[in-house]
Design a protein around this ligand. Structure first.
Ligand SMILES: Cc1ncc(C[n+]2csc(CCOP(=O)(O)OP(=O)(O)O)c2C)c(N)n1
Ligand SMILES: [Mg+2]
Length: 582
């Protein structure tokens, strides 16, 4: 349970203390972080996350982390307090209408407990609903209800009482056989098959890899699907979307058949053009089917089981020429990003830091990633493999996920290496506060290593690039500037370790130190804000907007950025042209 104290939950905290802090309460510095930790914990464990907050301001602070769970579809239970029932409606201190406030984020279940007998049934329902709907739920417990003695006995077997059980079962969801036949028909007809996977494929890596081989298909990943499949597989083109790869862009723009597995990828402009590909979609939730592409056959089912049914119906056919083109696209893209990583010297290229990390990560590492330019570098340069896992706030894309997610990872797996990747803006938003939580907790971790990379580009860089690309505006310094603070020195003040990196030749040593340090280690990397966050395909009008905006800025950084943009657009276009002629 991740939470933060307040008098509204004092009876619960007292009960936890009497129970020897079991279930365990981990205290964050801010309720938003606690809720992000609960969401992160749900992701790392593929189970339930729980957060706890007091009434009024504490409860309000939870909202963003709960929306993270809702948008990324994870089960989280929020337990919040309410003032004493005797004062509700009076406009009492810290009295808010919590049920109304949480109604949207916890739409699947929210209830106020009014008697001690009601508590078990409300908790059971809240937890089962969270697990069944992969969404956050909320239990509100007024202060005076928390103070009531809990009954040791089951409820009486009489009218007005409901006995419940803790047990939860999810069952199997399988598609209709006829639908699977129809899907197999589409795939058997396809010559150039593309697969896109999301987090819904997370228990189906072997099945995805097998069907990709049978179909000689390329596999692209949505951001949430990145940890699902090893980047070392020869069919994997990398991510799709604005932060995706040119190899995925080739795959999506040239395929004649599309298989979507457990994904709600929002950037549909990077999928095939509607009408270009015949499409089959697999999702466990029928509400998601046909919601991102005009699909021809929709299969409701568990990804692994559905893929097994589907693969058994496929005919073998020579599609090796297509697979060779996909492989050439992957190779071409790898050359491009390698060059990009080594292009910047001083300031250092953030890509170099992430790439050098990737080469050093053990197979069971856990990566907690933030929202910002680092998301691009994680997407493009980290090679997921074996039992590595990585999580971030993807659909809500809330800044400030890295540190809370890292703490949740260490809480779930104190024996594994966890690495956090964050921007300077995210670090100043909540990261430096949660570094205090890290400083409190690390001595109890059996593997105390937690390298934290802070990309100090002095900028809210991702948005600066969005200002240029989407609005054609020059970077607005007043809204974008981030002051540099000594992150590594601050870490050392807290009893952690750290170092500052401001040239390319220090990068390897920094990682080598951080990865063997006997305590959490902050790498304060002063990085180049001029590295462009280019999508794999950029329309000509947007290219012009972006370049004009950079010209209008008139700074040395903008001049360098302009040069990089021209060069990188050219190399992307060159690769795409070469591939489409092959
Ligand atoms: C809570 C929140 N506020 C604002 C944004 C909009 N936003 C997306 S990325 C970004 C910049 C992040 O800056 P930083 O952490 O320094 O990373 P950088 O892109 O500079 O590497 C902002 C402001 C957001 N996604 N979440
Ligand atoms: Mg920044």
């Amino acid at each position: 349970m991740f939470g933060f104290s307040g008098d509204g939950i004092d009876p619960i905290l007292g009960a936890l203390q009497r129970a020897g802090n079991s279930p365990r309460l981990v205290t964050a510095r801010h309720e938003e972080s606690a809720a992000l930790m609960a969401t992160g914990y749900a992701k790392w464990t593929d189970g339930l996350g729980v957060c706890l907050a007091t009434h009024g301001p504490g409860a309000i602070h939870l909202l963003n982390g709960l929306y993270d769970a809702r948008l990324d579809r994870r089960p989280v239970l929020a337990i919040i307090a309410q003032q004493h029932r005797t004062v509700l409606g009076s406009g009492y201190q810290q009295e808010i209408d919590a049920a109304t406030l949480f109604k949207d984020v916890c739409a699947s279940f929210i209830n106020t407990v009014n008697t001690a007998e009601q508590l078990p049934l409300v908790l059971d329902k809240a937890i089962k609903t969270a697990l069944a709907t992969h969404s956050p739920t909320c239990v509100i417990i007024p202060h005076d209800v928390q103070q009531l003695p809990a009954s040791e006995e089951p409820p009486p077997h009489s009218h007005g009482y409901v006995p419940t059980a803790i047990a939860f079962a999810a069952g199997r969801v399988l598609p209709d056989e006829d639908d699977v036949d129809a899907a197999a028909g589409v795939l058997n007809d396809g010559e150039r098959v593309a697969i896109i996977i999301g987090q819904g494929a997370r228990h189906a890596a072997a099945e995805v890899s097998l069907i990709a081989d049978v179909l000689q298909a390329g596999v692209a990943k949505a951001l949430l699907g990145k940890p699902v499949l090893s980047d070392d597989l020869p069919c994997v083109t990398g991510l799709v979307g604005h932060l995706g790869t040119v190899a995925s862009e080739f795959l999506m723009s040239q395929c004649d058949t599309l298989v979507m597995i457990g994904t709600n990828e929002p950037y549909t402009e990077f999928l095939p053009k509607p009408g270009q590909a015949r499409a089959v979609q697999i999702d466990i939730d029928p509400r998601s089917l046909g919601m991102r592409y005009p699909t021809e056959v929709n299969l409701v089912g568990d990804a692994a089981e559905t893929l097994r049914m589907l693969t058994a119906r496929l005919m073998s056919r020579d599609r090796s020429a297509w697979r060779e083109r996909v492989t050439a696209a992957i190779d071409g893209w790898q050359d491009i990003i390698e060059r990009r990583a080594y292009r910047h010297e001083t300031p250092v290229g953030a890509q170099l830091l992430v790439r050098e990390l990737s080469a050093r990560l053990p197979d069971d590492a856990l990566l907690a990633v933030d929202v910002g330019s680092v998301t691009y570098w994680y997407a493009r340069h980290i090679r997921m493999r074996a039992s590595m896992q990585a999580h971030l706030s993807s659909t809500l894309a809330s800044m400030g996920s890295a540190l809370p997610y890292a703490i949740a990872a260490k809480t779930a797996h104190p024996d594994r290496l966890v690495v956090a990747l964050a921007g300077d803006g995210a670090m100043q938003m909540n990261g430096i506060n949660e570094l205090i939580t890290v400083a409190t907790m690390w001595p109890e971790w059996s593997d105390p290593r937690l390298p934290i990379l802070v990309l100090d580009n002095g900028d809210l860089n991702e948005v600066s690039w969005e200002q240029r690309e989407l609005e054609g505006d020059p970077r607005f310094s007043e809204s974008q500037r981030v002051s540099s603070i000594p992150y590594a020195d601050y870490a050392r003040l807290l009893g952690l370790d750290g170092c500052k990196v401001d040239s390319a030749d220090q990068v390897a040593d920094a990682w080598d130190c951080a990865l063997v340090a006997e305590r959490p280690f902050v790498i304060h990397a002063v990085v180049d804000p001029a590295a462009p966050l280019l999508p794999p395909r950029l329309e000509e009008a947007a290219q012009k907007r972006m370049l004009a905006a950079l010209e209008a800025e008139g700074t040395e950084t903008a001049r360098r950025a302009h040069e990089f943009v021209v060069d990188e657009l050219h190399e992307q276009q060159e690769l795409l042209s070469k591939l489409s002629m092959s």
